[in-house]
Design a protein. Structure first.
Length: 299
């Protein structure tokens, strides 16, 4: 099943050693990035047919991203290189625990998503499933485009996968971020979150209780990642706890994207057969573990 992913592609410039601040970094290495683009690549590597809807600047970095997406066999029918905008780059540093911090420069995701205003219904109709994150819910214009895609997909009976992927520094408040994200839980085929996102959206500290709360809010299936402890699946008669696997972490950048790429790819390849979530979960946990052992989300 062809799956549409709405979101960003950008360049991650990563300092490949732990530092306490951006000012302490002495060198940066370019890596492919953007959470939704990372998921698209991961799903395509699983054999899925995917379309990335978004864009980048008509500049050297935009060409670099587009070439990589083409090489990874990500569909680009609805991905534009846009004159007059600067492809965003994120200066990424990680601390001694591998936790990243981002400083983003260039034109924001809003400009790329705005380019889809006249094509979002066409894009949604062209695909059999939809993947969304909260990163296209921050501003009014991209929020309207995301809503149009989500409403169209649900009206046509197509599965919608929602990964909040909360980046609270992009929002005016955590409360606003949670409120907008909750709107996409109801009727979602799958909601995938990390433990902190599950707490924010459900109000429950325990991930298992959070999963039940999100199911009660209308999600059909819920997957919560637990970092080194693995992941859990609930909903639709499915119940699975997968233990974590050993890893030697250097950076958490893109670990959740790597996990999601496996799950989305397997679902797309089975026309969103629900047991495929459970079958994919152990491999997704392993892929997330391998991601934290490298610099950059995509190897």
């Amino acid at each position: 099943m062809r799956t549409l992913l709405l979101g960003e592609a950008l360049v991650d410039l990563i300092c490949e050693r732990p530092v306490s601040s951006l000012g302490e970094a002495d060198a940066f290495v370019p890596h492919f990035g953007g959470s939704v683009a990372n998921v698209a690549v991961g799903a395509a590597r699983q054999g899925a047919t995917v379309e990335l809807a978004g864009g980048a600047g008509a500049d050297a970095w935009g060409a670099w991203l587009r070439e990589r997406l083409e090489r990874e066999r990500v569909g680009l029918e609805f991905f534009s290189t846009i004159d007059g905008i600067v492809t965003p780059v994120a200066f990424v540093t990680v601390d001694t625990d591998g936790e990243p911090s981002y400083a983003i420069y260039g034109d924001s995701i809003q400009a790329a998503i705005a380019s889809l205003e006249d094509r979002i219904v066409e894009a949604t109709d062209a695909c059999g499933a939809l993947f969304l994150t909260s990163n296209t819910l921050v501003g009014e214009a991209e929020r309207a485009i995301s809503a149009a895609a989500g409403e169209r997909a649900l009206a046509e009976g197509k599965p919608v996968v929602f990964d909040p992927n909360l980046r609270l520094h992009r929002w005016e408040s955590a409360g606003r971020a949670a409120a907008e994200a909750r709107e996409y839980v109801k009727d979602a085929f799958l909601v995938k979150l990390n433990a902190e996102e599950a707490r924010v959206l459900s109000g429950e500290d325990d991930p298992r209780a959070a999963a039940e709360g999100l199911l009660a809010a209308g999600a059909r299936h819920v997957v919560i990642t637990l970092g080194a402890a693995g992941a859990i699946l609930r909903g639709g008669g499915l119940k699975l706890d997968v233990k974590g696997v050993d890893a030697d972490p250097v950076s958490a950048v893109g670990a959740g994207d790597a996990f999601m790429g496996v799950v989305l790819g397997r679902l797309s390849g089975t026309d969103f057969y629900p047991p495929a979530i459970a079958a994919a979960l152990p491999d997704a946990v392993c892929e997330g573990a391998r991601a934290v052992e490298r610099w950059g989300a995509v190897a």
